[in-house]
Write a protein that binds this ligand. Structure first.
Ligand code: SF4
Ligand code: SF4
Length: 441
């Protein structure tokens, strides 16, 4: 069973559906004592996991138990928010059959779904600086990833689609399963299209999501598409050049320390003090020796520091720039302290999501996005060969070849970290290039 699950997961092209797309066969090929399900869904407006945990409770628990067996974990913990009442009810009903799994309910704060915050909340273990949950005998897995595991275990079905919340300035906010490789524009049509002409689309949540073109495609890691007016404050903030953020750091940062007080990684005892990194950006000095530019490596880019800041400054953007510049010079994170305790009164400093939604100017978009079924009658898909961390998958089909939905079209290159790609529609391969395979029916 053990080796088989790793092979099965590899065969199906399953990757971490909630983040950067780390290949799941590598993630579950380990031994831990605890597996934590990330059901926090802490990014405002997204509604995928909270509904899947309600609608597919048995499937998720079955796959979780299989992952626990594979990793020899003694305990499975589903970390979700207290407010996800239907999910808690559905899971609780089924938990009788899964005695090693329990639910951990969290408050409505951001970023509850940050892997290190979630591990602390559910197990009270602190992941060391620059570390991963495996360092503290824990593995974190996403809800949708578990459903992918269930599909391959029970029906031999590989990953050909993904659950996405379509919201913001769309006619009918909803959550649905979409085939990989359709365009963002086609996806938005499922929600009735946009309600405005001058808009911008964010792929992901409002805090960590990225602005995307409407012609870009849906991948295994697409979780939400949020349509906002072009001049919405969030869009202006996301597109502000880092040079301007640096200038503002020098002009307006009053070193009040709020960004540090509310930083979730600082709260776990990590040596990350964004107000000091602002000093580096503004004056190339911290005036002390406890923080260097490399401390920026400890930032998870959750963006909360900006919304803690009364001046609306962007320490996270400066950290991102510092990491990029240091990385470009071949400098790696040198910080690996393992704090023994979180900072005192950590819970009292958690940032409420309703407050965050209001700070983001998104209150009018904070609406339900119910799960609906949609038909896959698309005529063309463009499957990216890199939808995951690691090497791009290698095409194994040629132009002109007929493929069936669910057929393997790109394989893991020999000896590389990568993930397989499958046809999301039946049709003829019309193009194969360095970064994608196009199929047309
Ligand atoms: S909260 Fe804003 S003003 Fe205060 S130290 Fe941080 S960046 Fe500077
Ligand atoms: S983005 Fe800001 S709040 Fe988030 S971890 Fe980095 S410094 Fe801390």
């Amino acid at each position: 069973m053990s080796a088989n699950l790793v092979e099965l997961v590899q065969s199906a092209g399953i990757v971490g559906a909630g983040g950067a797309g780390f290949p799941t066969q590598v993630k579950i090929n380990c031994t831990v004592d605890t597996v934590v399900v990330n059901g926090a869904e802490c990014e405002p407006l997204l509604r995928v996991d909270q509904q899947l945990m309600d609608l597919e409770a048995v499937k998720m628990l079955t796959a979780l138990q299989a992952v626990m067996d594979q990793t020899q974990a003694k305990e499975g913990i589903i970390g979700l928010k207290k407010k996800y009442k239907p999910a808690i009810e559905s899971l609780t009903k089924e938990l009788v059959a899964f005695p090693k799994i329990r639910i951990h309910q969290m408050g409505n704060f951001y970023p509850a779904g940050d892997e290190q915050v979630l591990v602390y909340e559910t197990t009270k273990r602190i992941v060391p600086e620059g570390g991963i949950p495996l360092n503290v005998n824990t593995m974190v897995i996403n809800v949708e990833t578990l459903l992918g595991i269930y599909d391959i275990m029970t029906a031999g079905k590989p990953v050909i689609d993904t659950y996405v919340t379509l919201t913001g300035e769309v006619k009918r906010p909803l959550t649905t399963k979409l085939p990989l490789g359709i365009t963002v524009k086609q996806a938005l049509e499922v929600a009735g299209g946009t309600t405005i002409d001058e808009f911008v689309v964010i792929n992901g949540g409002p805090m960590m999501g990225k602005i995307v073109d409407v012609d870009s495609t849906i991948t295994k890691t697409t979780k939400g598409l949020i349509v906002l007016p072009k001049m919405h404050p969030l869009i202006i903030s996301k597109t502000k050049p880092v040079k301007e953020s640096m200038k503002m750091a020098a002009i307006a940062c009053m070193q009040c320390n709020y960004c540090t007080e509310l930083c979730p990684r600082y709260a776990l005892g990590h040596n990350l003090e964004p107000h000091k990194l602002m000093r580096i950006a503004a004056y190339a000095s911290t005036l002390d020796t406890s923080t260097q530019a490399t401390n920026a490596f400890l930032c998870c880019e959750c963006g909360l520091c900006q919304y803690a800041c009364v001046m609306d400054l962007q320490p996270w953007k400066i950290n991102t720039m510092l990491k990029r510049e240091l990385g470009g010079r071949g400098i790696k994170n040198p910080h690996h302290n393992a704090p023994e305790a979180a900072v005192p009164f950590r819970e009292g400093k958690q940032f409420n999501v309703y407050r965050l939604v209001s700070r983001l100017g998104l209150t009018k978009y904070d609406l339900p996005a119910p799960m609906v079924e949609t038909e896959n009658n698309y005529k063309k898909v463009s499957l990216l060969l890199s939808q995951h961390i690691g090497a791009p998958a290698q095409p194994i089909v040629k132009v002109g070849e007929q493929v069936d939905q669910g057929q393997l079209v790109a394989e893991i290159p020999e000896g590389k970290l990568s993930s397989r790609i499958f046809a999301s529609i039946s049709g003829r391969v019309s193009a194969v290039d360095g970064d994608k395979i196009i199929i047309e029916s």
